[in-house]
Design a binder for this molecule. Structure first.
Ligand code: FAD
Length: 303
C-alpha cells in the first residue's frame, strides 16, 4: 500500500459524509490527511505511478460526494496549517481555515479578509473557488501561490501568472494549491472586527446555518441572482428525498437528515430545467461534484 510508512492520519473505508458540510457521501476506500506538503506531493507521485485515483479536498464545504463512495485515495488538506505572519503579509498553507485567518488578521488590525469571516472553507479551497462575499473575493489578496502540477512538479506562481473571475481560478483541474502568500492593508482593528461581526449577523439572518448545506448551489447568472429566480419559480421548501430547497434562502439545498447525493442531483437538475423553461436561463452549479476519476473534480452539469 502506497501509504505505508507515511506519517499522518490514514483511514480506510471512511464515511465521506463526515468530510462534507452537506453530510452526504458513501465510504472512501482510503482517506489521508498529509501533515506536510512533502507528504502530499509524495503520495500524489506514488499514486500516479501506481495508477491509483486520487482527489483532494479542503474542508468539504463546496462538494457533493457520491452515495456509492470513492475508490482510491481521498486527500484532505486540513492538517496543512503552517502560517507565517509578517508586515501585512502572510504565508499560509492550503489547509488553514479561511474564517480563522480572517479573524486573526482582523485581530491584528489587518484589513482585506473581512468578507471571508463566514466562509467555512480552507485557504486552498477558497483560492481554487475564488471564494467571495460582501463585495470581496480571494483574488484581491493573492500575491503568489505555490502549486503542485499533475506531473508532480512544484512551482511558485505570481499573481499576474494567474487568472481569476467569478468563482474561478485558472489552476482549476490542473494543479493543487499547496500554500499561498496573501497581503493585507493597515486598518482600524475595532472597525474590522465590527465589519466581520456584521457580515456574520447578515449570514445568520439569511442562510440556513443550522441544517447541513454547501452554501450557494448555483452561480448567479449575469445581472441576476440564482436565489431570486429559484424563489420566484416557487421552489422554496420543495424537496426530493431528504434534499430540500431551504425556506430561508432558495439557492441553498439543505440535508433534512437522510439526504442522498442522488436526491441533491435530482433536485438540482429539476430546478435547472424549470428555470430554463420559465426564464430561458441555464443555471450553472457553484458546488463541485466529486466523482471517481483521477483528480476527480467535475462540474455537476457535465454529468
Ligand atoms: C454555509 C456556507 C456558506 C458559504 N458561503 C460562501 C460564500 O459566501 N462565498 C463563497 O464563495 N463560498 C461560500 N461557500 C462555499 C465554500 O465555503 C467555498 O467555496 C470554500 O472556498 C470551499 O473551500 P473548501 O476548503 O471547503 O473546499 P472543498 O469543498 O473541500 O473543495 C472545493 C473544490 O476545491 C478543490 N480544492 C480544495 N482545496 C484545494 C487545494 N488546496 N488545491 C486545489 N483544489 C482544491 C476541491 O477539489 C473541490 O473541487 C459557503 C459554504 C457554506 C457551507
Amino acid at each position: 500500500m502506497i501509504l505505508d510508512g507515511m506519517q499522518g492520519r490514514v483511514e480506510k473505508n471512511y464515511p465521506l459524509h463526515l468530510l462534507s458540510t452537506w453530510r452526504i457521501g458513501g465510504p472512501a476506500e482510503v482517506v489521508y490527511w498529509p501533515p506536510t506538503i512533502e507528504d502530499l506531493s509524495s503520495v500524489w507521485q506514488r499514486a500516479q505511478a501506481a495508477e491509483i485515483p486520487v482527489r483532494l479536498i479542503g474542508r468539504g464545504s463546496n462538494v457533493l460526494f457520491p452515495d456509492e463512495g470513492l475508490p482510491g485515495i481521498t486527500l484532505v488538506t486540513t492538517s496543512l496549517r503552517g502560517i507565517v505572519w509578517k508586515d501585512y503579509s502572510v504565508r499560509v498553507e492550503a489547509g488553514y481555515t479561511l474564517a480563522r485567518l480572517a479573524q486573526e488578521a482582523g485581530e491584528r488590525g489587518w484589513r482585506g479578509l473581512e468578507f471571508a469571516r463566514g466562509i467555512p472553507g480552507s485557504v486552498g479551497g477558497a483560492i481554487m473557488m475564488n471564494a467571495g462575499a460582501h463585495g470581496g473575493e480571494m483574488a484581491s489578496r493573492i500575491v503568489s501561490i505555490t502549486a503542485l502540477w499533475a506531473d508532480g512538479s512544484i512551482e511558485k506562481l505570481e499573481r499576474d501568472e494567474l487568472e481569476f473571475c467569478y468563482r474561478f481560478c485558472s489552476l482549476r483541474g490542473q494543479a493543487w494549491v499547496l500554500e499561498a502568500q496573501l497581503n493585507f492593508l493597515p486598518g482600524d482593528r475595532e472597525q474590522i472586527l465590527q465589519d466581520m461581526k456584521d457580515n456574520l449577523t447578515k449570514r445568520m439572518a439569511n442562510q440556513p446555518l443550522k441544517e447541513p448545506n454547501a452554501g450557494s448551489v448555483f452561480r448567479n447568472p449575469p445581472g441576476d441572482s440564482a436565489g431570486r429566480l429559484i424563489e420566484a419559480a416557487g421552489w422554496k421548501g420543495k424537496s426530493v428525498g431528504g434534499a430540500k430547497v431551504s425556506e430561508k434562502h432558495a439557492n441553498f439545498i439543505v440535508n433534512t437528515g437522510k439526504a442522498k447525493s442522488k436526491d441533491v442531483l435530482a433536485l438540482i437538475e429539476t430546478i435547472r430545467l424549470d428555470i430554463q423553461l420559465n426564464y430561458g436561463i441555464k443555471l450553472q452549479t457553484e458546488v463541485e461534484s466529486i466523482l471517481t476519476g483521477n483528480c476527480g473534480v467535475s462540474k455537476i452539469e457535465e454529468h
